[in-house]
Write a protein that binds this ligand. Sequence first.
Ligand SMILES: C[S@@+](CC[C@H](N)C(=O)[O-])C[C@H]1O[C@@H](n2cnc3c(N)ncnc32)[C@H](O)[C@@H]1O
Length: 274
Amino acid sequence: MTQENAPSPAYTMGYSPEFLQLLDRRNAAIHAAHLLPHLEPGMRVLDFGCGPGTITVGLAQAVHTGEVHGVDMEDSQIELARAAASAGGHQNATFHVGNVYDLTFEDNYFDVAHCHAVLMHVGYTQRALSEIRRVLKPGGIIASREMIAASSFSEPMGETTHEAWATFIKLLEANGGHPEMGKELKSHLLNAGFVNISATGSFDYFSSAADIAFLHAFICDWFFMPRVIEAATQLGLATQEQFDRWRLEMDRWKDEPGAVGGLAFGEAIGRKPI
Ligand SMILES: C[S@@+](CC[C@H](N)C(=O)[O-])C[C@H]1O[C@@H](n2cnc3c(N)ncnc32)[C@H](O)[C@@H]1O
C-alpha cells in the first residue's frame, strides 16, 4: 500500500483521484443549502476540512466581498482549492494548510464556520468544536453537514451488499471516525456550548442513468481499490472473497432498471452565545 493515497488511520477516504471524483460533484448550492440563507455579503467565513474547495468557492460567491478562508490538513487539497478559486475568479477565497484542532486565526475572527463531511472523520469532536468556538465571534454561526452512513443505501440490495455497507462503516470507525455523525451533530453542538441549534436531514440521491453510472464507477473505483481492500482485510473486517462477491453484486445493481442509491446526511446550524 502506498502511503500517499492510503486511507490513513486519521482519514479513511484518502486523496486519490478515485475519491476526488465524488468531491468534484459537490457545490454550495446543494451541499451547503442549509447555510446559504444565513450568509450575507461582507461576512467572514471559515470552511474547515475544505478539501478541493468545490463548496468553498460557492460560499465565497455568497459573501462577496467578504472573506472566505478554507483550511485543510492536506497540501494537495489546498493546491486544488487554490486552483478552483483562481479558475472561478474568487479572489476573496484564501486557502491554508492547517488542522482544525489548532487553527492559526485569532479569537472571535469569523462570522461563520462551516464544514461538510469533516467531523465524521475527526477523532476528537469536542476538541475540534472548542477550537471552532474560539475563532467564532459571539453570535457567530456554526454549520455542518455530515454522513449518516447506516441510513445510506444502494437498492435493490444484493444478497450480501449490506455487509459491504457495514464494512465501510467499520473502516470509518477503525480510523477513529464517526459514521453516524450526521444524526449526532445536534448533541455535539449543544455539548460544545452552541445555542439555537436547528437540525435537518437530506440525501445525496442517485437515480438517473448517469447518476447510477457515476455511483457505480465511484464505488468500484474507491471501495474496491486494492489499498482499501488491503486495509479492510488487514483489520479483519472482511475477506477478499467477500469483496469479490460484493463487486459482482454492484455490477448487477448498476443494470437494474429500478436502481437507486442514497448517501444520507444530517445538517445542523447553531450559534456561539453572545
Ligand atoms: C470527505 S473530505 C470533505 C471535503 C469537502 N468539505 C467536501 O465535502 O467536498 C474531508 C476533508 O477533511 C480534511 N480533514 C480531516 N481531518 C482534518 C483535520 N483534523 N483538520 C483539517 N482538515 C481535516 C481531509 O483532509 C479532507 O480533505
